[in-house]
Design a binder for this molecule. Sequence first.
Ligand code: SAH
Ligand code: MG
Length: 953
Amino acid sequence: MGEIPAVQAKKSNYTPKSVIHQKYGSRACYKIEEVRESVQNSCPGLAIPQQSTCLFRCNLQLPELSVTSETFRRKKDAEQNAAHMALEKLGIQPTTDSSRSQDAWDELVARISYLFSDEFLSWQHQPQHPLIGHFRAALRRETEERGLLPASIFAAYDMKINNLCKTINHKVDREPHLIVTLIMKAAGLSGSAAISLGQLWIWKQSLYSSDILQALTSQPLSSSEGIWIQAIRIPYSIEKPVEQVALYISSDGYFIDSIAQKLGLTDTSQILVSRTVGKASSEMRLYFSALELPVPLDSSLDDLLYAKAVTDGSFNERASYFSSQNIYGNAILASVGYTWRFPDLFHEDVTLGTYYRMLIGRLPNGSYKLSREAILLSELPEAFTTRSNWRGSFPSDLLGMFCRQHWLSEPVYCITSITDPVDSSEASQASKKLKETNPDEEETKYADGGSGDANEKESIALGGSFRCEVKILSKGQDLVIECSPEDSYRKQNDAKQNAALKVLSWLNKYLMKLDMHVEKLSSGETHGLHFFPENFSKEFTLCPSVHAGQLASVLRKCSLWASSCMDQLNTTQEHSACSFKIEGLDSGVFPSNGSLICISYVVSLVREGEHMKEPLESSDEFEFEVGTGAVIPQVEACVTQMSMNQSALFNTGLPPHDFIFAAAGDSLMSILLSSLDACFLEYSIFLLRVTQALEDRMEQALFSPPLSKQRVEYASRHINESCATTLVDFGCGSGSLLDSLLDIPTSLEKMVGVDISRKSLGRAAKALHSKLSENSDPAKPSLGIKSALLYDGSITVFDSRLSGFDIGTCLEVIEHMEEEQAHLFGDVALSSFRPRILIVSTPNYEYNSILQRTDLSNKDEDSDEKMQSLPCKFRNHDHKFEWTREQFNKWASDLAMRHNYSVEISGVGGSADVEPGFASQIAIFRRGPIDVECSENEDIVHPYEVIWHWNRS
Ligand code: SAH
Ligand code: MG
């Protein structure tokens, strides 16, 4: 059994795992393996033969290596041991003592010495160290540079050297020139390497033994043909476009020489190699030329270089932005190199398409789009409702990726459990800190997978709720953003994802407002989000110029694209019914907020006047949740006017060009680059499927008859009991109540609906119109209706045409408004509209725990969905609040008292006498007897707009 590593001693705050976490975050994957060890063997004297202890071993996988720990009694110790072993391999010292830098320097000299030793060079085991490939290629040169290696490759391809350099001087992290000077100095002292003065070559001082030379150079070439690879040239002048270049690497050549040549270097030793950019395991790097180094070299070199480069304009902003290192002059972005994984030279094309995808992938919205492979259609949603409705990468993954790309520390989440389920909104209550994902505790992925699930189940313990805080720190641990949203959730994961999403949305807003000064942003802070302008601008200096400078003013103009298109759309909608060309029969199955829908689509680039129509992006099945902003606003607006099996066609202006370039295949790039002036995008959409919103499914699955039907029955009973002839439905939506009332006999003669959603009113008009104009069958229950009207207007605003009706209904509406608006509606309704009877229904928050507990035994739902049956705090993410019985009673009785009404509380679904009461709570207000004065004094006000009017002729 292994010893617990000394570094875990109490005084040290840095455990090996925490150091690994800082560096790799969730890319570090720990797998625990159980090892049974018989006690009998180890303690032969004891008479407990059958018993065996369970021991654990841990395998840690990092992008560049994998280690397996010794065995331990505790999983934790095995993990720490694995982390410790990995750190040793990487050359990272987790201790922080003062002699560290001197020690690191000695180690650096020793490491370089080792790399030129026979021991290292004769190491023929697989996987091979990447540097061996460089030695081999350099020795194959037939020129006088035979065996010479550029200094820059040592830090780029040996993690240990790279890390030692960082320990010696943390500034090397940003400044590759500093690494090269350190390496040259250390090589000069190493005893086994020689260096050139004035150039940046390093070579083996002593002659290679013939065995080693033989072993290094005799390996047969994998192919006799050379290879062509595509790479990208990024000019330092931001006005000049990036362009694709082809590199030829001959079969016995050294790829670094080919790149140097492309950069126009006569001396390959001057080449500098960046860290890898892009994915963790990528070999994509930037190559550029070293500047003339001033002598003597010192540690303020980076400031000097930077200042000089900025003044002479040779600082390469785009390249620097990608690597988070200072890059000067023209750069080449290529994906080629020797790796641990392949014996031969690894290579991949980097095309303009790759470049633009990388560029937009650095914006939160862009990386979401990429994760959905729908660059021109999807958008980073505004809300995370449920895990099962979310498509694409999760917010926490996107945020982690964002931090890695922008060279920040991994995000730190702190989840708090709130004990009282009901008053979760009150900040004052006792809350217990549940889980801080400080590096030690960060979600460990165990191989058995079972423990993760168990946590999930625990984390939705009934009645509790969770809140989550996120911190974004720089690599130097300066706080950049801190976000502590007030909202609480029933599931830990929902709290975490929503917090991550909040940060992402804010970052996205910032990155789209490129011309905005950082200080100004602080005024735009949303609640709970704080950012630290000084630290923030330090980390994001290049971001605005790269994203804006890239296509100059185009991008800035286009950031307003979506909103201006929407404006245009709204204005055209007011005049003509709709700007979407919708075709196909209305199937009656349509999406509403919270529905999960599936579409197929094609987006094409069309050039006006010509016959050019190039498909840019398409999908046979694309799913999203309506109402969360998961697609561009035009698509959302379009699908909400469609029903299943209909198709639609509409045009938009062009989005930021980066997005078009990223979406277009590489073959299209040339056409696109020629001119986008007279072009627009055409969206063609087909609505394949609609899955109802969770709230609706729940109401149907758990209640018989469905809750919505019970509300209609409740209302109709009161209509008939009171012999009402006039009815106004406040917040009528798509007219479900009015429509159902036409199917049953009632005393009604006039019915009116009001809503603020034109879309819903359109549907209501359609449904009512067809039902009322059906040839007057004398047996039809709707025959009594003489007139029906639909108004567009807010129910918190009075319109005198709706005053004094017999009955008013307001079913499941108030929870969709802010609480103060709900209070306002109550006052306006009872003081101005003054119906004889007003029926108001809204969900009972206390009942949610029952809904939560019950399985939705819908056949098409998997077990995950069952777990998720009530993932958000409220039944529907569009709800602004849900009241307990006490809150509802108070609202209703205060209101009734103020306006001389009586009130009675009841409900549907469940029972008043059984905890926790009705599923839907209902208040019936009845107007008191003295009412003459008020209605006489009323002014005539008509703020509502008539949308549809029907009269029996
Ligand atoms: N009463 C309907 C619809 C409920 S959904 C039914 O039971 O099916 C809530 C509706 O309230 C939505 O259609 C929404 O547009 C509407 N609404 C929200 N705030 C409103 C306001 N201030 N004025 C009018 N309607 C409103
Ligand atoms: Mg509702």
